[in-house]
Design a protein around this ligand. Structure first.
Ligand code: ADP
Length: 453
């Protein structure tokens, strides 16, 4: 088993990984920026090293300093968490060159699946349905127009290196194409340093359904069912559920078979997610694969009882998975609300400040993965997510009641959060009925705006 792990991340996920390491008897090294020397992950780790200034490029993305920290503290592995360097093939390669284990798949795998256009090609090769679209990246406006004509409008222009909903633009007809193309490429260049884009048919109001898989170095591939991540704003997830309450059993089965086929075909090692969109007839299409742990992994842990971070560490240590497929039963239902420091009722402006008063919710089946504590500072430098509130119950309705209660109990004074906004969604009749797709939030926000006028 690995002995000492550097966690190349911050916030709640760094805390989550440290906890798993402690349970496994593994020593931990935290990294931090000068903006947050008192962060919770710094306090919980056995050692902590400052790797640079407040801006992420100077610290949490500073490969050289992070690798020096890992080597100088005698670590044997690096866990990248999600975001930051977690899907950076170059970083994974450098980690290996320093004779350290990268807790994730190989760097070549990250490069292959990290480029969404090449990931599509891999899936097509293995007969996994992808959204109808271009064969590969678009070389010019005229090339794009030709593809769009072939695919049929509306189309979606997507950044090959995209993530976090960035670098995506819809064109409803040929007149809109050029400006959508320019916006998508410019945003892709600014966000990912790569302006290559490809085109997909724009599926109207789909659901976002993803299958959690894990694979080890002994050719074992397991699935842990699906998550429904359709409650999104600007293509970013806000609430996630497991399983999907409206997914037909035969469709679920088929998605699972395809996800496992994909994992085995590429000899995937690590926890991974195969993301699909599901149209209104429950036809599904692959959109991308995430080669890392995901924000929403706890809901899968709650319904399956499998600790995904521990499995990641076991896999990276060379051990076989600790569970077999027949051990993984779907037990009950789980919902996660992402708690963000933002003003949801006023344009979702990020909020910064010091936590003054804090009351955590609790009770049977309530889990809170967070990095805040009384006195903690929420700075403007990083993602606004400060925690994840997760509930587990026998069924979806029980989870909704539990989540409402947990949200009511949750008090954070010092910053503005989206707790009230979650409460509003959890009381929305459509949401409660389970009738929602990726357009749900936008419609809700439009209604809210109208009612305010
Ligand atoms: P990112 O990596 O930036 O998160 P994804 O490819 O995972 O991008 O897509 C994010 C979200 O964008 C999806 O969950 C879905 O809501 C929407 N989306 C992506 N592709 C399509 C498509 N072809 N048609 C309609 N919506 C899409």
């Amino acid at each position: 088993m690995l002995k000492k792990i550097l966690i190349a991340n911050r916030g709640e996920i760094a805390v989550r990984i440290i906890r798993a390491c402690k349970e496994l008897g593994i020593e931990t090294v935290a990294i931090y920026s000068t903006a947050e020397p008192d962060a919770l992950h710094v306090q919980l780790a056995d050692e902590a090293i400052c790797v640079g200034g407040p801006r992420a490029v100077d610290s949490y993305l500073n490969m050289q300093n992070i690798l020096s920290a890992a080597c100088n503290t005698g670590c044997d592995a690096v866990h990248p968490g999600y975001g930051f360097l977690s899907e950076n093939g170059k970083f994974a390669r450098l980690v290996n060159q320093c004779q350290l284990t990268f807790i994730g798949p190989s760097s070549d795998m990250i490069d292959l699946m990290g480029n969404k256009s090449s990931a599509r090609a891999v899936m097509m090769k293995h007969q996994i349905p992808v959204v109808p679209g271009s064969d590969s990246i678009i070389s010019s406006v005229s090339d794009g127009l030709a593809w769009a004509m072939k695919i049929g409008y509306p189309i979606l222009i997507k950044a090959a290196s995209g993530g976090g909903g960035k670098g995506m633009r819809v064109a409803y007809d040929a007149n809109e194409f050029e400006s959508a193309y320019k916006l998508a490429t410019a945003e892709a260049k600014a966000s990912f340093g790569d302006d290559t884009v490809y085109i997909e048919k724009y599926i109207e109001n789909p659901k976002h359904i993803e299958i959690q898989i894990i694979g080890d170095h002994h050719n074992n591939y397991l699935h842990l069912y699906e998550r429904d991540c359709s409650v999104q704003r600007n293509h970013q997830k806000v609430i996630e559920e497991a399983p999907c309450a409206t997914l037909r059993a035969e469709v679920r089965q088929s998605m699972i078979v395809d996800a496992l086929k994909a994992a085995a075909a590429i000899n995937y090692t690590n926890a991974g997610t195969i993301e699909f969109i599901l149209d209104q007839d429950q036809k599904y299409y692959f959109i991308e694969m995430n080669t890392r742990i995901q924000v929403e992994h706890p809901i899968t842990e709650m319904i399956t009882g499998v600790d995904l971070i521990k499995e990641q560490i076991r896999i990276a240590s060379g051990f076989p998975l600790s569970v077999r497929q027949e051990d993984i039963q779907m037990r009950g239902y789980a919902i996660e609300c992402r708690i963000n420091a933002e003003n949801s009722f006023h344009g979702f402006q990020p909020s910064a400040g010091t936590i003054e008063t804090l009351v955590f919710p609790g009770g049977f089946g309530v889990r809170l993965d967070t990095c805040i504590y009384p006195g903690a500072k929420v700075t403007p430098f990083y993602d606004s997510m400060v925690g994840k509130l997760i509930v587990h119950g026998n069924n979806r309705m029980e989870c909704i009641y539990k989540m409402r209660q947990a949200l009511e109990e949750f008090i954070i004074v010092g910053i503005t959060t989206n707790i009230d906004f979650h409460y509003y969604i959890l009381n929305n009749p459509e949401y409660v009925k389970g009738i929602f797709d990726v357009g749900f939030m936008e419609r809700l926000l439009r209604e809210l705006e109208k009612s305010e006028k």
